[in-house]
Design a protein around this ligand. Structure first.
Ligand SMILES: [Zn+2]
Length: 445
């Protein structure tokens, strides 16, 4: 699950999906060598569609297709790994060791889960290495050396193992106590678990990968303009909640996002974005992000995603029961309450996450469009021509991140967390209720 809302054009979590938990980091994606700074100047006429040179267009299409292919392949690879673990009975042996160590369930989880996560993650390493390192370098997008990439990979493994212990402990405790209703009780338990994760992510996880500096320190003039922009809309976000992130330590891609909840809620801009865009474009980017912040998109999206999850947990309940009943005994698995059933549970979970993608991404596209609209409205009266600045900003974003100029309807439906860039630029160029004497819909009401 992607837990932040951002500006990214590419489908989120497509690179390095699965066990290593790269999706936990604000997915370091991709870009290309810096364009001449003139592209960031509003002097050139504003684009009305997403337009690339033939060479860049071919590169963007090749890169995007690789990502799509890897997304679908990654799902198959994950399922293949769980099948392999199940057939080789490795998890059954891990569970035997765990039982030898202690009779206490939590201690058994503490032994079993890290072993399982390490085995699955190592088997997935070739795939992760190709999608997260080789591909990014091949397209000239990554700035990360091998040692740094491996260090991130190791950290992700540790995070997934630590969180896995807690989630598995809660899951198996509920399955054992409520064998007929666990799908519902585990769904209930997932609410505080995910909320806690969203709350602590900016403090506990993001700083493991990147450095965050208050934007006020590095760009005081920009922060002043952001404050003026928000004040104009009757909003306030404390400047201490707006950060610059050193994304350039990993990637040339540009992005910005909102993460956290309540007291940890924050707006983050990648330093790469600050370098590539002019002040007006940056204000529009921040207008989009503050839209997520001001319109409470994280809790709203979380609530809708949980509603989707309830349905899929029920389906998962029937599927896991059937699977364990049929093939569990032959695989040495005593029942769903046995830790060794984890490969079965994860096969079903992987399939459900895959099948729920169109719904979850459709919800995300709705909020992303709303943030685009908010950005234009909040910048109106502050930036001389918000439409031009937003269209420029999105064009730069697409060029830098090699966004697909023409995704197929199926790919958009299944994978896109944001409307395709061409749609976004067309909207940016034409949405001006102020020119027609209409009221603003999202700002200042
Ligand atoms: Zn966004």
């Amino acid at each position: 699950m992607s837990l932040g809302v951002c500006l990214l054009v590419m489908p989120a979590g497509m690179v390095g999906n699965g066990q290593t938990g790269n999706s936990l980091t604000p997915s370091p994606q991709a870009a290309r060598p810096a364009p001449p700074p003139s592209q960031a100047q509003p002097a050139s006429p504003p684009p009305t569609t997403y337009t690339l040179t033939p060479e860049r267009r071919a590169k963007a299409i090749a890169y995007s297709r690789s990502l799509y292919f890897l997304y679908f392949l990654g799902t198959l690879v994950s399922i293949g790994i769980y099948l392999l673990l199940w057939r080789t009975r490795i998890p059954v042996n891990f569970r035997k060791w765990a039982r030898k160590v202690s009779r206490r369930h939590f201690v058994q989880c503490l032994v079993f889960v890290p072993l399982f996560v390490a085995a699955a993650t190592l088997l997935n390493l070739p795939f992760d290495f190709y999608s997260g390192y080789i591909l990014e370098h091949r397209f000239g997008l990554s700035t990360q050396g091998l040692a740094s990439w491996l260090s991130d990979w190791g950290k992700s493994l540790g995070i997934v193992a630590a969180m896995g212990v807690i989630v598995a402990w809660v899951f198996y405790t509920i399955v054992r106590r409520r064998p007929r209703r666990w799908w519902f009780y585990f769904w209930l338990a997932s609410i505080p678990l995910v909320l806690t994760f969203i709350l602590i992510e900016p403090y506990a996880i993001e700083p493991l990968f990147y450095k965050f500096t208050p934007l006020q320190k590095t760009q005081p003039a920009l922060v002043e303009r952001i404050e003026a922009m928000l004040k104009h809309a009757g909003l306030s976000i404390p400047p201490a909640r707006i950060f610059e992130m050193d994304a350039s330590s990993r990637t040339k891609a540009i992005n910005a996002y909102v993460s956290g909840l309540g007291s940890s809620k924050r707006v983050v801009v990648w330093d790469t974005t600050l370098k590539k865009m002019g002040p007006d474009e940056l204000l529009l980017v921040l207008g989009h992000e503050t839209g997520h912040y001001a319109l409470y998109h994280i809790p709203k999206e979380f609530a809708l995603d949980e509603a989707v999850a309830l349905l899929f947990f029920l389906l998962g309940f029937f599927a896991v029961n059937r699977l364990v009943e049929r093939v569990g005994p032959r695989a040495g698995v005593e029942g769903i309450g046995d830790l060794a059933s984890l490969p079965f549970v994860l096969i079903v979970l992987t399939l459900l996450v895959f099948l729920s993608a169109p719904l979850v991404n459709g919800i995300s596209r709705y909020f992303e469009h709303q943030a685009d609209q908010f950005g234009l409205e909040v910048a109106y009266g502050i930036v001389p021509d918000p439409n031009a600045a937003e269209a420029h900003a999105l064009q730069i974003l697409g060029e830098e991140d090699l966004a697909d100029p023409d995704p197929s309807p199926f790919i958009k439906f299944w994978l896109y967390t944001h409307p395709p860039l061409d749609d976004r630029i067309r909207f940016a160029a034409t949405y001006k209720p102020w020119a027609e004497g209409k009221p603003l819909e999202l700002v200042g009401r």
